[in-house]
Design a binder for this molecule. Structure first.
Ligand code: SF4
Length: 298
């Protein structure tokens, strides 16, 4: 298990290009309208970031797309031009899709100082992956995770509880697979129904039922308890707080979703050990009182 990386992160957003575009929860029109990546502008921003933070370990992260699905020439160009701006000890991070991981890709990323790879696995069950339009099977997701880890990268996994066809049994399988793949980092994004997606149409026809907010909080709190002893660090709960509410059709979206999970974890701790409740820090008392009186909305 790697030590937590304390690098200062500078995020760059790569709009999706060349994606198969079949995930039922994703709105392709918005993604294809998201513009192209301005490498020159990114170089300027990264140069300023590096200068501002000399003497600190830094990481430039490529988020927002399937980095390794970009045309090879573009990938090389981005990696070369951004990696040569880094100070010694700095690194890069990419997020990508498990379909686009192979030995050549991994060695290319390593050569350009990528040290963290986050995989959008979303689920480890075939029926859920199929119903969600992910275009790969659980075996491939597992193999991609193992390959990333064995190549020496810090490995991150993203999971989406509540995808179509998910169930108590699929949740258990995901929990088992998580302990088996042992990522260093985990992001949990309970599925939210976004306007304009196939999932929104399924929901409107009554063919998909999202998790309630309470169910999603409970599932994430269960993951947190599962991950703690295995040193799997959960780095994100829920979609970003700045998501436009007008885009949300249904599902467990809450702008402070992560706080709801932390609140639930603290409640569980107190329930297990009532003495713990007598010695709370002011911040913990505040946390218990935040977002209404008690349980998250149904
Ligand atoms: S979520 Fe799926 S469809 Fe949307 S950009 Fe990612 S891979 Fe493509």
């Amino acid at each position: 298990m790697k030590q937590p990386d304390k690098s200062l992160i500078y995020p760059l957003f790569i709009p999706m290009q060349g994606c198969p575009g079949t995930c039922v929860y994703c709105d392709q029109r918005k993604i294809s309208g998201a513009g192209t990546f301005d490498l020159e502008k990114a170089e300027g921003e990264v140069t300023a970031f590096i200068r501002r933070n000399t003497g600190t370990r830094k990481q430039v992260a490529f988020y927002g797309g399937t980095f390794t699905a970009l045309p090879l020439g573009l990938q090389e160009d981005i990696l070369l031009r951004i990696s040569r701006l880094l100070d010694e000890g700095d690194s890069l991070r990419v997020s990508t899709h498990p379909l686009y991981i192979d030995a050549d890709t991994l060695s290319r990323l390593w050569r350009y100082r990528v040290r963290v790879i986050e995989l959008g696995i979303q689920d480890f069950c075939d029926e859920v992956l199929k119903a969600s339009g992910r275009n790969y099977q659980a075996e491939l997701a597992y193999a991609a995770a193992v390959a990333v880890r064995e190549a020496g990268f810090t490995m991150g996994v993203q999971l989406m509880p509540g995808l179509p066809q998910s169930s108590a049994a699929s949740l258990q399988k995901n929990q088992r697979m998580l302990l088996e793949t042992k990522p260093d980092l985990l992001r949990l994004y309970p599925t939210v129904v976004i306007k304009g997606t196939k999932l929104a149409r399924l929901y409107e026809r009554g063919d998909y039922l999202p998790l309630s907010l309470r169910e999603a909080v409970m599932i994430c709190a269960d993951y947190a308890e599962l991950c703690a002893p295995s040193s799997i660090r959960i780095i994100k709960y829920g979609l970003p707080s700045n998501l436009d509410m007008a885009e949300v059709v249904a599902g467990p979206y809450h702008p402070a979703f992560g706080e709801l999970v932390k609140q639930e974890l603290l409640r569980r701790e107190i329930k297990r050990d009532p003495k713990r409740g007598e010695h709370l820090y002011p911040k913990e008392i505040q946390l218990l009182k935040a977002h209404g009186s008690g349980e998250p909305d149904q």
